[in-house]
Design a protein around this ligand. Structure first.
Ligand SMILES: [Zn+2]
Length: 89
């Protein structure tokens, strides 16, 4: 069972959230980039084993976007924070 600690709502089951993709890669700025750069950003991604930074949206709660650090092998969460406050590290 995967429980995500939403900073606004507290610990909630992952079924209240929507996965939003890899949070470790920078998104090209709006209005910039080539078709190939956007294609790679949207459709090409790694499938890492271990700690991974991911976007999750609390769609059945506060609707905030979070950045969650999750171990993809064990589903253990090491960190969850609001995306607007997250830093890329
Ligand atoms: Zn929430």
């Amino acid at each position: 069972m995967l429980i995500i600690p939403c900073p606004h709502c507290g610990a909630r089951d992952y079924t209240e959230f929507r996965y939003g993709g890899d949070a470790s890669r920078p998104r090209p700025a709006h209005g910039t980039g080539t078709v190939n750069e956007w294609h790679d950003y949207v459709f090409v991604f790694d499938n890492p084993k271990g700690i991974h930074r991911e976007y999750w949206q609390h769609v059945q709660g506060c609707r905030q976007w979070l950045v969650v650090e999750r171990n993809t092998a064990t589903n253990e969460l090491s960190r969850a924070q609001l995306a607007r406050e997250a830093t890329r590290t």
